[in-house]
Design a protein around this ligand. Structure first.
Ligand code: FES
Length: 225
């Protein structure tokens, strides 16, 4: 993991909004007396959300004070977990997976597209809309290559579909998350390829509930209810 440092420019201070403060207190109360530090991850995460996607240094101090933790311990946590951003990010924060399955399926092309349209990793575009970074496996390898934009996964990407997504978001339009090549979730591209012979489901048609079921959408009609 590369060295992670706090941003050079920091705000004067940080405090939870009244709603977030109330929420934070409720989190802390979930833990037994003396174990309030266990709430550090959710509190840091909420602070990051309140700041539009990054954790300034005053927020680390604020959370450590709330939890009566040594500041260095909160600093260690914030710098260890890469889900915490230590510098401002764009309104659309793009995390491109570069781990082996995505790399084999063309992640380099996705990264090149981000580099061209957004800039180097960590750079926030002048309009504040975009920034991007490379991350490790996001657990959607079956739909490689993929990227997470804010909380959504965009999968089965190509440089062309990545470019389209960024253009649409820039124009303020919604882009449906999920596979970008028409594929249904993580089903085989082009449709089912196994157990497709309707003959093997004949017993089921005749009422044998133990018979194997064919893949959805191929050779099997929904039972009338
Ligand atoms: S390797 Fe990219 S999601 Fe797993």
């Amino acid at each position: 993991m590369s060295v992670r440092r706090l941003a050079a420019e920091q705000p004067e201070g940080f405090a939870f909004t009244p709603e977030n403060l109330e929420w934070a207190k409720a989190q802390i109360e979930k833990y037994p007396e003396g174990r309030q530090a266990s709430a550090v991850l959710p509190l840091l995460w909420r602070a990051q959300e309140q700041m539009g996607g990054w954790l300034p240094e005053p927020a680390l101090r604020y959370v450590s004070d709330m939890l009566a933790m040594a500041y260095i311990r909160v600093y260690e946590i914030a710098t260890f977990y890469t889900m915490f951003n230590l510098a401002p990010v764009g309104r659309y924060y793009v995390q491109v997976c570069g781990t082996t399955p995505c790399w084999l399926m063309g992640a380099d092309g996705i990264k090149d597209t981000c580099r061209k349209l957004i800039g180097e990793p960590g750079h926030v575009t002048g309009d504040g809309l975009f920034s991007w970074t490379e991350v490790e496996c996001l657990g959607a390898c079956v739909n490689a290559p993929m990227a997470q934009i804010n909380k959504d996964y965009y999968e089965d990407l190509t440089p062309g579909s990545m470019k389209r997504i960024l253009k649409e978001l820039k124009a303020g339009r919604h882009v449906e998350p999920g596979p970008q090549d028409g594929r249904q979730a993580s089903a085989p591209s082009g449709g089912p390829i196994a157990l497709t012979d309707p003959e093997i489901y004949r017993n089921e048609e005749q009422g044998d509930a133990t018979a194997a079921k064919p893949p959805l959408g191929k050779g099997r009609k929904p039972r009338p209810r």
